[in-house]
Design a protein around this ligand. Structure first.
Ligand code: AR6
Length: 169
């Protein structure tokens, strides 16, 4: 049974087994959560991302998939990088967003992670509306078959926190 908890704050400050990064397919960094994780986690994370690009992910990590690296200086054992879809008003990409949560939990299970912190994937730079992003996140985690004991959603601002609180109930 997975417990869902909600926290408002900066995901890079959390103590968990695995922190999920809202990455892009290059795996080489960016803004938002991605920028914060690489800043606070230090260069070891980028080193492993470069190694992944040079081996399994020559074309980058596809949208909806997830891959783990060290967490560097973060208070965690692993960072699980996932690539959310860019929001589109004309095309339904919900399955890709759900896949980010499912695949991240699958990777967490492979690692043996029991506590996992997630940001609200795609709801920042990628433009996904927060209410719908929260719905997909919570529904997907609830439906997941995983040994992860705690999924902690770490929401940056009050609006995002409230959107998740409404879904978790
Ligand atoms: N801790 C927790 N949540 C945060 C933090 C933080 N430190 N910083 C931002 N958020 P985003 P995306 C919230 O933009 O939409 C990057 O350039 C933010 O308010 O980080 O998936 C990547 O390299 C929002 O609710 O990720 C990609 O190119 C949520 O986290 C692209 O952005 C996700 O916002 C990915 O865009």
């Amino acid at each position: 049974m997975t417990t869902i908890t909600l926290v408002q704050g900066d995901i890079t400050r959390e103590s968990v087994d695995a922190v999920v990064n809202a990455a892009n397919s290059s795996l080489l960094g960016g803004g938002g959560v991605d920028g914060a994780i690489h800043r606070r986690g230090g260069p070891a994370i980028l080193d492993e991302c470069r190694t992944l690009r040079a081996s399994h992910y020559g074309k980058g990590l596809p949208t909806g998939q997830a891959v783990a690296t060290t967490a560097g200086d973060l208070d965690a054992r692993w960072v699980i990088h996932t690539v959310g879809p860019v929001w589109s008003a004309s095309e339904d990409r919900s399955q890709l967003l759900a896949s980010c949560y499912r695949e991240s939990l699958r990777v967490a299970d492979e690692l043996g992670a029991r506590t996992v912190a997630f940001p609200a994937v795609s709801t920042g730079i990628y433009g996904w509306p927060i209410d719908d992003g929260a719905r997909i996140a919570v529904e997907t985690v609830r439906a997941a078959d995983t040994a992860v004991e705690e999924v902690r959603f770490v929401l940056f601002d009050e609006r995002a926190y409230e959107a998740f609180a409404k879904r978790v109930g």
